[in-house]
Design a binder for this molecule. Structure first.
Ligand SMILES: [Zn+2]
Length: 338
């Protein structure tokens, strides 16, 4: 019994965790433990011997229990110290950097352009990106056989709706629900089947529409001059070229003097000194008729431009795809720039 006690003591002192300690307790002091097994054999001994052995067994049991208890305390303390050591935080180390986001160059360009028109009394109108063909084409005087409707250019949905190819349907929706005077801009995403360094299948447009009595081409020129000088500076050259759009008559395309060479001619402007920047014109009477506005009483102008095109010229970005790749090293260069 004494050697059993010594064996148990040695094991307790070597135990490295609480589970081991419990296993030793069960093996030696449990109901089927080694100490109990010896006590079961006491029946063969004389009463004196039985008493002596019983006392010895109790003494060993007490000693072992005491040792188990103190070892348990030691192990618990060690576990706690280990945990504290692992979870130690060095508050003198530099904190991890939290990056603060910023507007994407397309969005800051869009906001900047919107603010110029808002300052001139225009309000912002919005429309859905999934659009009826009727609003996107028919009511804008774009006939059924017009090449712009071609499957090559337009994304058609299974139900016959389309992804709007321009922001112009917002003009239609506005004129159907509001009476003149109307002065709106409609910024938003548009979709065309197109992808190369200067075209993206999704891009942003901003559309403008002003309808009132006695609106003339001179008003259009004045508004666009203020706008272009606000974006590209007072010295920018502006020219109007006759053009054609189904929904305006007369129509014009507007060029500005090249922002890179200042008009001398370079690679960006293909040697012409001019950059095409937007399309515009006087609202076609057929469009007014489609939305129940009297073309004899009212006149108006509309214009539209690509936001990415403006952003590319403003920031001298040569590939439109850079604007959609969302490489943070690219995006971060525009932090705080408007
Ligand atoms: Zn140039």
């Amino acid at each position: 019994m004494k050697s059993l006690g010594e064996e148990a003591k040695a094991l307790i002192q070597k135990a490295t965790d609480l589970k081991q300690l419990n296993d030793i307790r069960v093996a030696f002091l449990g109901k089927k433990g080694k100490l109990k097994n010896i006590l079961k054999t006491l029946g063969k001994l004389s009463p004196e011997e039985r008493k002596e052995i019983g006392q010895l067994a109790n003494k060993i049991k007490e000693e072992l229990e005491e040792l188990l208890k103190s070892q348990e305390t030691t192990l618990k303390q060690k576990a706690l110290e280990e945990e504290l050591r692992k979870e130690k935080i060095d508050i003198t180390l530099p904190a991890s950097w939290i990056d603060i986001g910023s507007s994407h160059p397309v969005i800051s360009t869009l906001i900047g352009i919107s603010e110029i028109f808002i300052s001139m009394g225009f309000s912002v109108a919005e429309g859905p990106e999934v659009e009826k063909e009727e609003y996107n084409f028919d009511m804008l005087n774009i006939p059924k056989d017009h090449p712009a409707r071609d499957m090559q250019d337009t994304f058609f949905l299974n139900n016959g709706d389309i992804l709007r190819t321009h922001t112009s349907p917002v003009q239609v929706r506005t004129m159907l629900t509001r009476k003149p005077p109307i002065a709106i801009i409609a910024p938003g995403r548009v979709y065309r089947k197109d992808a190369d360094p200067t075209h993206s299948p999704m891009f942003h447009q901003i559309e403008g529409l002003l309808v009132d009595e006695n609106v003339t081409f001179r008003d259009l020129k004045g508004i666009l001059k203020i706008f272009l000088e606000s974006v590209f500076g007072k010295d920018v050259g502006i020219r109007f070229r006759p053009s054609y759009f189904p929904f305006t008559e007369p129509s014009a395309e507007v060029d500005i003097s090249c922002t890179v060479c200042g008009g001398k001619g370079c690679r960006v402007c293909k040697g012409t000194g001019w950059l095409e920047i937007l399309g515009c014109g006087m609202v076609d009477p057929n469009v007014f008729k489609a939305v129940n506005i009297d073309p004899d009483k009212y006149s108006g102008f509309a214009f539209g431009l690509g936001i990415e095109r403006i952003a590319m010229l403003k920031y001298r970005i040569t590939d439109i795809r850079l604007l959609f790749e969302n490489n943070m090293r690219f995006n971060h260069q525009f932090k705080g720039i408007r």
